[in-house]
Design a binder for this molecule. Structure first.
Ligand code: 6A9
Length: 783
């Protein structure tokens, strides 16, 4: 009975939030407290859309399609790699007031811009301007349908206003957070200051059971019974939203208003949509036409000025086009910020089935708008390194949101899949988050940066903002640190081990370690309790160091953290645990054999899963030589961590080995950046299963290249026998990384998840404007 009681008590702790006061006040993102950041492009998973930073925001968005296309209906809405857009990229985005995105579809370009204007009590007004243009390479001017929509999400209501039978001229609405509002759809013109253009109008007014259903509802409502008949061209039938009858509801889900305004028009065109807040009474004029143009000009100018002030790229001699690229990288990071609300699905050892985590909000950047449009713990630390240079408040808010999601044990779910829309993008086997699992605590890098900013501007206003923030964060940081320090401890004192490695060792060439962030990077072949991981050790050095500094700053007892830091950072201890004399490298340690390979095997699918027992061929791992406890002979990013996180003292001879290995083309050096795994490694570019292509087994990743450059910069600037060598490598690597990412962006239209180590080509998910956008910091030499 006692055991049972303990289990249920522990299960309860899994879903009990940390008891210290939340870092964020409950109303911190409301229109009342933070009006200028209330509305935003906080829906990074759609090509263009806006919402407010509130749990069940009314959302607005844009879908579009080309008419008269032999390919039929190709509706664009959520960012999908399968849409094969040539590119979509925020060219400018200041995170608050405006953003300007260029979307290159197959044969036309849309520029989607929003501009906000503060006033009233509900976050003010905004206007969208959409410009459609023919590609210079395209022989004809396509007819396009834009579908602007407004959707409520269980709260608020919308009312349509129709003119000439089919044209939705405006929507009025009301919701708890927005009060009363009006959304006006202006008629398209041929361009700035030109006359109205021929267009056909349609609208849809219906109900939706959830925001993840919007695309399907629009698709199901389409009909071919309309005719496009400009006086200058032949009449042609076209496709438009018509009517939609929601299926009878099985469950009692609340149905919410959903309204679509469709404009069908030939490029070139320009069209505006105005959102006006009912509580904004003294508006001097409407934010449209030339007023909007002027405001936009002003905002673009101040954006450019602030950009140069912050990153100084012009002063460093970058070309105007390189500066435009860097602006896009930053803008995509900011334009990739989302506001999510919902519950994680979590699993601990204390309950049989996954359970729901408490509801929570998350304001975070996302790694990739198409493929991973949600929060990832260690990615976010990297994201905020860039964002904090631009807007430290965003960083404080993001860090606060993340740490407020911590449970009483000190655990934070690694991947945040919050709300229907986020969930609809994730295959079910990836949804559940296990409470044993960590992810690198990169927020300590961000905190280090915050402390440095404080040091360089030790003025009263800075202190007044930063100190209370750190004070509220502090109890959570303590628990967070303790969580890593206990749950991820290794067998030997002062050693660490990532939990949550793949259990099914038969299936994988090397069982993955998703928690480390480096997924399939080779570790000990046979996961065991004897394992110890050098990257985690170094993360703990960083964490204890920064925690010591924060404790000191706040006048809290710091001795224990300092002691941990002194112990863990001791280079002899580090070498004892992780340096292999034989391999001349820092290594993981564990039950390991190199003699593994994937072999084809015939297996019989167990009865029940299939009608007949059919032999199925699949790859399984064969182990030719028994594993034994030893250093793991992999060479790559993990081996670099004592250098990457600057644990090595500048006079360490190990630094010499590392610098040499970095520069060795047979190992990590490529003309495009450092590859993740040595070209001479047995696992270099090896598949992990028949379905799993190599991921962290050779490709170039920008977060680690950023850390490498930061470390080279560091070791080049402090006294020591290797500072010149570090300086040389720094210059060379920096040039390689910048040139390649810039070139790829130019050639392919995208910033990528990784870069091929033989060709430099971008690969993996795209756009990936998470940590790959750290290129901006590399260009600016801000580390
Ligand atoms: C897969 C498939 C539509 C993998 O950038 C996010 C993470 C990193 O934190 C991690 O270090 N990426 C890196 O190894 C992407 C992870 C995506 C997992 C979800 C679901 C979606 O299909």
């Amino acid at each position: 009975f006692y055991a049972l009681y303990m289990r249920s008590a522990m299960a309860k702790r899994t879903v009990t939030l940390h008891p210290s006061p939340q870092v964020l006040d409950a109303n911190s993102t409301t229109a009342a407290v933070s009006p200028e950041r209330f509305w935003g492009s906080y829906r990074p998973h759609v090509y263009f859309g806006m919402k407010t930073r509130s749990p069940r925001s009314v959302v607005t968005g844009l879908m579009w399609m080309k008419q008269f296309s032999p390919k039929g209906v190709e509706l664009r809405h959520t960012c999908e790699q399968g849409d094969r857009l040539r590119s979509y990229s925020w060219l400018k985005h200041d995170g608050i007031n405006f953003g300007m995105q260029q979307i290159k579809d197959v044969d036309f370009t849309l520029t989607t811009t929003f501009v906000k204007r503060l006033g009233g009590e509900h976050g003010g007004d905004w206007t969208w301007r959409i410009i459609g243009k023919q590609h210079s390479s395209s022989p004809y001017a396509p007819v396009i349908s834009l579908m602007f929509y407004v959707a409520a999400d269980t709260q608020g209501s919308l009312k349509t206003h129709i003119e000439d039978k089919t044209r939705l001229s405006h929507v009025t609405g009301t919701s708890e957070e927005l009060g009363e509002f009006k959304i006006t759809f202006s008629k398209p013109t041929g361009g700035a200051a030109s006359a109205n253009k021929y267009a056909s109008y349609n609208y849809l007014q219906t109900l939706s059971p959830g925001l993840n259903q919007l695309t399907d509802i629009v698709k199901n409502s389409l009909s071919y019974r309309f005719v496009f008949s400009p006086s200058t061209a032949e009449r042609r039938p076209y496709i438009a939203v018509d009517t939609y009858t929601p299926p009878p509801q099985k469950d009692n889900r609340i149905q919410s208003d959903f309204v679509v305004h469709q404009v069908t028009v030939q490029v070139p065109f320009q069209i505006e949509v105005l959102f006006e807040s009912g509580s904004f009474h003294d508006r001097p004029n409407q934010l449209r036409g030339s007023v909007l143009t002027e405001e936009l000009t002003r905002l673009k100018l101040s954006y450019s000025e602030k950009f140069e002030e912050t990153f100084g790229l012009q002063a460093k001699g970058f070309t105007p086009d390189q500066v435009r690229f860097a602006k896009a990288a930053l803008s995509n990071m900011l334009g990739g910020m989302g506001y999510f609300f919902g519950q994680s699905v979590v699993q601990s050892n204390y309950h049989e089935h996954p359970i729901l985590y408490p509801e929570g909000a998350l304001f975070t950047a996302v790694p990739s708008r198409s493929f991973f449009p949600r929060g990832f713990l260690w990615d976010e630390g990297f994201h905020q390194l860039l964002i904090t240079k631009w807007d430290p408040q965003v960083t404080r808010e993001s860090v606060a949101h993340w740490l407020d999601l911590m449970n009483v044990e000190g655990w934070i779910p690694r991947e945040q899949i919050l709300g229907d829309e986020a969930l609809s993008k994730v295959p079910s086997e990836f949804v559940v988050q296990h409470t044993e699992n960590a992810n690198p605590p990169t927020f300590f890098l961000v905190l280090e940066e915050i402390l440095e900013q404080l040091n360089t501007h030790m003025d009263a206003p800075q202190l007044q903002i930063t100190l209370p923030f750190l004070r509220r964060l502090y109890p959570r940081l303590q628990t967070w640190f303790e969580w890593y320090n206990t749950t991820q401890a290794g067998h030997l004192p002062n050693s660490y081990r990532w939990r949550g490695r793949d259990k099914d060792t038969n299936r994988f060439l090397n069982p993955k370690t998703l928690t480390s962030g480096l997924d399939d990077y080779p570790r000990a072949s046979h996961p065991s309790e004897d394992e110890r991981h050098v990257d985690l050790h170094c993360w703990m050095v960083l964490a204890s160091r920064i925690l010591t500094s924060i404790a000191r700053l706040l006048g809290e007892p710091h001795q224990e953290y300092e002691h941990t830091y002194q112990t863990l950072s001791n280079n002899s201890l580090l070498s004892e645990l992780h340096w292999s004399e034989q391999l001349h490298a820092f290594c993981d340690y564990g039950n390991h054999t190199q003699a593994v390979s994937l072999q084809q095997e015939k297996v019989f699918v167990p009865p029940g899963q299939m009608k007949q027992q059919l032999p199925v061929k699949r790859l399984v791992r064969s182990v030719r030589k028994a594993p034994k406890l030893q250093y793991v002979n992999a060479f790559g990013y993990v081996s670099l961590f004592p250098f990457l996180l600057q644990v090595l003292t500048p006079d360490s001879q190990k630094l010499e080995y590392i610098l040499k290995d970095i520069r060795d083309p047979a190992r990590l050096w490529t003309p495009y950046g450092l590859r993740s795994l040595s070209r001479s490694d047995p696992m270099y570019m090896k598949r992990n299963t028949e379905h799993d292509a190599p991921y962290w087994r050779g490709a170039i990743w920008i977060n680690i290249n950023y850390l490498a450059l930061r470390a080279l910069h560091h070791y080049s600037r402090i006294e020591g026998p290797y500072h010149e060598k570090a300086a040389d490598l720094y210059q060379e690597l920096r040039t390689n990384v910048i040139n390649n990412i810039y070139k790829q962006y130019h050639e392919t239209g995208y910033i990528w998840e990784q870069y091929n180590d033989s060709t430099g080509r971008g690969q993996g998910s795209h756009p990936f404007t998470g940590w790959s956008s750290l290129t901006v910091l590399i260009m600016a030499e801000e580390y």
